[in-house]
Design a binder for this molecule. Structure first.
Ligand SMILES: *Cc1c(COP(=O)(O)O)cnc(C)c1O
Length: 239
């Protein structure tokens, strides 16, 4: 049976191949290992194989894992909150995570900024964009992304790093690629509107099934869960 280390290596090989196909540097794409629903021992196994950045969807589960890994002496990990955030759950996120990729309204950003402990570096944030426009989906509408980015960029406890999106899967690869290309165009527009800040360097898109298409369109961070850790036994817990 393939171990977590084997599967990580296979995912890294897919990223390298996709970068070569797109004439991009493999170092231009960061792998975020999405460890939601898997225990601290799975994270520790991935960390032992060299993985540093981990993504969690559910606040309490994520905080428990962060604390457990630290207690086990596994250091140097970077934790990303990638799940929907309610305003009454922002404090543990501001206190424990390094990144939040799912900021989709100013109120959440203001709370995270105010609650970020002063002795920690600013919380690194991405704005989640509803790039393919479903009315019930999380994320700010593309036409509101510039205004939200400009407001978030002013908050002292945060550092705005880029955009994140979770488009619906498309059976046709060309259609999927077109959605990712829309996201890349929006990323460039927002960056220009902000005055090209060097820290605005992250376009987080692509998962286990579509990371090659996302990289072809310009993704700088792919979020990969099942291809590393296996099939999830449960789909969702309340955030
Ligand atoms: C679960 C999840 C992923 C990983 O999905 P896989 O298909 O298992 O790779 C990526 N991003 C977000 C926001 C997720 O919730």
């Amino acid at each position: 049976m393939a171990t977590i280390a084997d599967k990580l290596q296979a995912v890294r090989a897919r990223i390298d191949a996709a970068c070569r196909a797109a004439a991009r540097e493999p170092a231009s794409v960061t792998l975020l290992a999405v460890s939601k629903t898997f225990g601290p021992e799975a994270v520790a196994a991935a960390a032992a194989a060299g993985q540093r950045a981990f993504g969690e969807n559910y606040v309490q589960e994520g905080v428990e894992k962060i604390v457990a890994l630290r207690a086990a002496g596994v250091t140097g990990l970077q934790w990303h909150c990638i799940g929907p955030l309610q305003s009454n759950k922002t404090r543990p996120v501001a206190e424990h995570f390094d990144w939040v990729q799912s900021v989709d309204r100013l109120k959440i950003a203001q709370r995270l900024s105010a609650q970020r402990p002063a002795q920690l570096p600013p919380l690194q944030v991405c704005i989640q964009v509803n790039v393919d426009g479903g009315p019930t989906k999380a994320g700010v509408a593309p036409e509101q992304a510039v205004a939200l980015a400009q407001a978030v960029a002013e908050l002292p406890g945060l550092r705005l790093r880029g955009l994140m999106c979770i488009p619906d899967p498309q059976p046709d690869p060309a259609a999927m690629l077109a959605v990712f290309a829309d996201a890349a165009a929006l990323f460039a527009r927002v960056r220009t509107a902000l005055g090209d800040p060097p820290a605005f360097d992250t376009l987080s898109m692509g998962m286990s099934d579509d990371l090659e298409l996302a990289i072809a369109a310009g993704s700088t961070m792919v979020r990969v869960g099942s291809a590393i850790f296996g099939r999830r036994a449960y789909a969702a817990a309340p955030a």
